[in-house]
Design a protein around this ligand. Sequence first.
Ligand SMILES: Cc1ncc(COP(=O)(O)O)c(C=O)c1O
Length: 394
Amino acid sequence: MNQDFQNIIQSELQSIKDKGLFKHEHIIESKQGREITVGGKKYLNFCSNNYLGFSGKKELALAGKKALDVWGFGLSSVRFICGTLKIHKDLEKKIAKFMGYQDAILYSSCYDANVGLFQTITTIEDALITDEFNHASLIDGMRLSKAERLIYKHSDMQDLEAKLKIAQAKRFSLIVTDGVFSMEGDIAKLKEICDLADKYKALVIMDDSHSTGILGKTGRGTHEFSGVKNRVDFITSTLGKALGGASGGFIVSNKMNIDFLRQRSRNYIFSNSLPPVITAVIDYVIGYISENLSPHKLLWENTRYFRAELAKAGFEISETEHPIIPIILGDASLAKNMAKALFKEGIYVVGFGYPVVPENQARIRVQISASHTKKDLNRAINAFTKIGKKMKVI
Ligand SMILES: Cc1ncc(COP(=O)(O)O)c(C=O)c1O
């Protein structure tokens, strides 16, 4: 290996460490769930996107085992050569119906869906108008497009309108937003976004990874929650959070748009199809949540209870109702130390600092699951209260 190259990598790594930004990975020795084992000790898990409690669930493993026997492990092919199974088409139909759209297209992840979308549907003549807090995968997807990018202040509708005015000279303007912002847990002002899109003849593209399966009366997502079904032109989302937590992603839109993506979206065309096991398990999950709202109900009961109890204990909790609950502490080392102290109490949460979140807004992000019991929630609330007092946060 070239020594100059190695010296540069070494100094970059050292600089990450010096800034206190080095990410350590805890090694989990059990399957995912409300309780996990790390270093031989059990912890209550409050930092996964396992919103509906499906990760690690027996029924999903059974559906996966069955699919392995019937469809095998993998297809050794991209979709258009010999990688399309009947279950891929069935799942696409099921996702489209669940989301309230004409058609859906599967990707290996939502990151992949975002990377495959913008470069395919835009040209140098267009403008992408994007919320400053949008997820990294949307940002990376937009970077591959030749369209001009205009960034508007987080959820600031005046700024969005100003950017729409600037973009009027362009062929098309596309407003790009997360449905729920992953570090804040706040919900996009989707109704206002759609109204502005109508006013300026713009398209709306939403990444709903933190809402699919959970937000809205029947868990369809932010479009259902905001009462704007049929007004969002493209929704991208993940199969790797509420819907079982493995991997996979999709885009929904009208049939013609999805037909076009199948012809032109490079990482759909030139990458292997979704593994049969995942395809079959997601089919099971979507079928289940289409008929059965009990995980959804449990998740929201748990979320409301946890939010209310933390606020009662003296923590400042945002108004938004979502199972992502950021506890803003400001100082990055305080967030890190508080997460460490909670870990010692058997509560697994993670502290986030700059550049993942804005400077001086370091936080601990709690994520609630339908699988948490009342006892789990109370244990976490007690630990937060004890450590919060000790660290003079409350
Ligand atoms: C808003 C958002 N979009 C996309 C992704 C990526 O999803 P996937 O894991 O399916 O690539 C994430 C994951 O963290 C996310 O939070």
